[in-house]
Design a protein around this ligand. Structure first.
Ligand code: IPE
Ligand code: IPE
Ligand code: MG
Length: 235
């Protein structure tokens, strides 16, 4: 694939882990386990394609409302995959960043995420962004609060606020907006993901469950993206 055909930033809503497991009469956490393996494979594929930014929705602010045993199983998986991800990141020159409100996680998970970020910060290839306890509305509300603090101390005035400096208060500051958003699992909605950032993103929805997603499906999505005529309000 030519370099100019590859989107700079691909964002993914991985969906369908539970249904993938159900289809096989397995407990939901098997679907999540398989989903983590897909994350690894797709991170490697995306790095090989020279995509610059890849953002994955790992856990939403709403996902805490799932049954306790599913949330616990997901936390156990995070603990394990954080270590795996470090190996994958180092092998593929990938820099890892996390977005979302980390403080709700237990201390060891927060430490694990921070370790991942710290130990990969000098990698120069793909930037892999993990959205965990992420919700766009929560992110925007936190940004408004931070902005208000700067107004209180006088480093920002109300008149100075514009789209550009507002976006610097979001978790995604310094990350360009996604060019392509892929959602697997057949649902056609954003589920509180990157609402501000996806203002002009191209959307690709597919029915395939995330554990079955692979490089071939990724290429399909990129080909679809290349057929779009991107407009940013222009004619
Ligand atoms: C996505 O798969 C993974 C997370 C939200 C953590 P789901 O668990 O939502 O799978 P379905 O949608 O129930 O099939
Ligand atoms: C979105 O998937 C959240 C993540 C992929 C982490 P969900 O399965 O939670 O979304 P809804 O509930 O179908 O909208
Ligand atoms: Mg789902």
């Amino acid at each position: 694939m030519n370099k100019e055909e590859v989107p700079r930033h691909i964002a993914v809503i991985l969906d369908g882990n539970g249904r993938w497991a159900k289809q096989r009469s397995l407990p939901r956490h098997f679907g999540h386990m398989q989903g983590c393996k897909t994350v690894e494979k797709i991170v490697e594929a995306v790095a090989r394609l020279h995509v610059s930014y890849f953002t994955i929705y790992g856990f939403s602010t709403e996902n805490w409302n799932r049954p306790k045993e599913e949330v616990n199983a997901l936390m156990r998986l995070f603990r394990y995959y954080m270590k795996r991800l470090l190996v994958v990141a180092q092998k593929n020159n990938v820099k890892v960043l996390a977005i979302g409100e980390k403080s709700r996680f237990s201390a060891d998970i927060i430490e694990g995420v921070e370790r991942l970020e710290k130990q990969t910060k000098d990698n120069t290839g793909l930037t892999f962004i993990l959205a965990i306890n992420y919700g766009s509305r929560d992110e925007i509300v936190r940004a408004v609060k931070k902005m208000n603090q700067d107004i209180q101390v006088g480093s920002l005035s109300l008149d100075e606020i514009n789209e550009e400096n507002f976006s610097q208060y979001l978790d995604t500051k310094e990350i360009p907006d996604p060019d392509l958003l892929i959602r697997t699992g057949g649902e056609i909605r954003l589920s509180n993901y990157l609402l501000w950032q996806c203002a002009y993103t191209e959307f690709y929805f597919c029915d395939i469950y995330w554990p079955d997603f692979n490089q071939e499906e990724l290429i399909k999505a990129i080909k679809y993206y290349n057929k779009r005529e991107r407009r940013f309000g222009n004619v």
